[in-house]
Design a binder for this molecule. Structure first.
Ligand SMILES: [Zn+2]
Ligand SMILES: [Zn+2]
Length: 175
């Protein structure tokens, strides 16, 4: 087993001349280098386990980072931690590629020096962003009438607003 901390900031692993066996790598990459938007501000931490046998490699990657997002309900900015992982099978022989789903296989060129997982990491981070972004599970959101943020204080709108359906019923009773 080898442990290596590459100096380059991209997620690149030298594969030419790599011995068979288990190799572990850690990358700490600036979000801009990965190609992430500026709302990602903390480094993307990437742990890679690469298992190599002759002419094939199996890569398992765990990714941790965080991003700044706007809450769907109260529109406040908040920090969301993101963790994700993925696997990729690398092979020099196209025939072996058919054993795996298309998006989990990469064919290597015979003279390939590096594998570059930068784009895969970027895509996985983007997929890890939840569809519904909430600053907290119980976010109360904004008042639709006055725009007050119900997380910080209640407003008086509810007391003042009379449901129009109730108003017309009230009219029937009065008559
Ligand atoms: Zn919120
Ligand atoms: Zn209100």
């Amino acid at each position: 087993m080898t442990k290596e901390k590459p100096t380059g900031s991209e997620v690149k692993i030298r594969v030419s001349g790599l011995s068979n066996g288990l190799h572990e790598y850690h990358f700490s990459a600036e979000p801009s280098v990965i190609g992430l938007e500026p709302n990602f501000r903390s480094p993307v931490e990437i742990d890679v386990r690469l298992d190599k046998i002759t002419r094939q490699m199996f890569l398992r990657t765990v990714i941790h980072t965080s991003g700044q997002f706007q809450c769907d309900r109260c529109l406040d900015e908040f920090n969301q931690r993101l963790s994700t992982e993925y696997s990729m099978f690398y092979t020099y022989d196209e025939i072996d590629a058919t054993k795996y789903p298309e998006d989990e296989v990469t064919i290597l060129q015979p003279d390939q020096v590096f594998i570059d997982a930068t784009e895969d990491v970027r895509q996985m981070v983007m997929l890890a962003v939840p569809l519904k972004l909430l600053c907290r599970e119980a976010c109360k959101g904004l008042c639709p009438h006055c725009g007050a943020n119900w997380n910080s204080a209640a407003c008086k709108c509810e007391e003042e607003t009379i449901d129009p359906r109730w108003e017309s019923l009230q009219g029937l009773i009065d008559n």
